[in-house]
Design a protein around this ligand. Structure first.
Ligand code: ZN
Length: 324
């Protein structure tokens, strides 16, 4: 005997699928379009020996905590530093719920080897790094700085102010030990190089367009992204935690609901995602690197770098200073 009605388990299954689809939509709303300004192209003439390397300091499933090393003849630049080796000791200052939260998320990405040793293993002298540029002040981006010799730090003005406040009072956004280590070496990035593609402002680190810092506020007040143009023309944009994954930027989705609380200023963070969307619409060849999306690093680098060749010294000295 046949029944025209769908059997109950199948109905349940499709209802469940529908509920999940609706939930996914509710979790990742499509952001309203931000009017895209006409792109301003900035020419890049990267030195032929410029290299970009991936240092993975922590990994958990599809998530990574990583650093980038940009080797330019005028100096090495470190972008992000992952967690500190002393993560657990450094978060002791917080009350138990905050400690639990930190252990459950960034705490899964604590390194086994200090960043200094990881850099030395790929032929980068940590003491010789010209600038450290954290994409933002959170624990899993600043912590590794404590494993390095003191090197100059470049920060946007709002992020510098946040870190300075974090050295004075206990803030959840900045671990006090990290703030105390950074403050004496902080310099303010000057976004005085005018519009860049669809962005209203940028800092051109070496004056040759090879390393561009873009303001990406919202996740923290002064988050930044770093866009590197390699000699062969590839353009790689590290967006920090401005977006969770590449898809979020391409589809103009906000962060998944579960992670939205990590944004200090949600409307601002959503505007930044929309601006990043406009940028990749205008320059679709830009390869995106959200800080924790391991598969994005795999796509750009294949695997963590096993060596990071030193560029030829003495050529292409920077014409401008990005700091004031
Ligand atoms: Zn992060």
């Amino acid at each position: 005997m046949s029944s025209p009605r769908t059997p109950a388990p199948a109905r349940l299954g499709s209802l469940l699928a529908l509920a999940l689809a609706l939930l996914a939509l509710a979790c990742r709303p499509i952001l309203p379009a931000v009017e895209a300004p006409k792109p301003t192209r900035v020419k890049a003439t990267p030195p032929p020996s410029l290299t970009l390397c991936w240092v993975e300091s922590g990994r958990f499933g599809p998530a990574t905590a990583s650093a980038l090393v940009i080797r330019h003849p005028a100096g090495d630049v470190l972008v992000d530093a992952g967690n500190s080796l002393n993560f657990l000791a450094e978060i002791e200052v917080y009350d138990p719920p905050e400690r639990r939260r930190l252990r459950r998320l960034p705490g899964l990405l604590v390194p086994k080897t200090g960043l200094s040793d990881q850099l030395k293993a790929i032929d980068v002298d940590p003491a010789g790094i010209r600038w450290f540029i954290p994409t933002h002040a959170h624990v899993d981006h600043l912590g590794g700085y404590l494993d390095l010799p003191p090197i100059p730090v470049l920060l946007s003005a709002p992020e510098r102010a946040l870190i300075e406040r974090g050295a004075e009072e206990r803030l959840n956004e900045v671990v006090p030990a990290h703030a105390a280590a950074i403050v004496p070496h902080a310099n303010t990035l000057d976004f005085a190089s005018g519009p860049y593609e669809t962005f209203p402002a940028h800092a051109d680190l070496f004056g040759d367009g090879s390393v561009i810092v873009l303001p990406l506020p919202g996740h923290t007040p002064g988050s930044v992204g770093v866009l590197v143009t390699l000699p062969e023309g590839r353009r790689i944009l590290h967006v920090g935690d401005a977006a969770n994954d590449r898809k979020g930027i391409r589809k103009r989705w906000a962060k998944p609901k579960l992670l939205r609380w990590t944004d200090g200023d949600r409307p601002q963070a959503e505007e930044t995602v929309a601006e990043l969307h406009n940028l990749v619409e205008a320059a679709p060849k830009i390869e995106l690197l959200p800080a924790h999306e391991r598969s994005a690093y795999r796509k750009v680098f294949g695997a963590p770098s096993r060596a990071c060749p030193r560029p030829i010294a003495g050529v292409d000295a920077p014409a401008t200073s990005p700091a004031r």
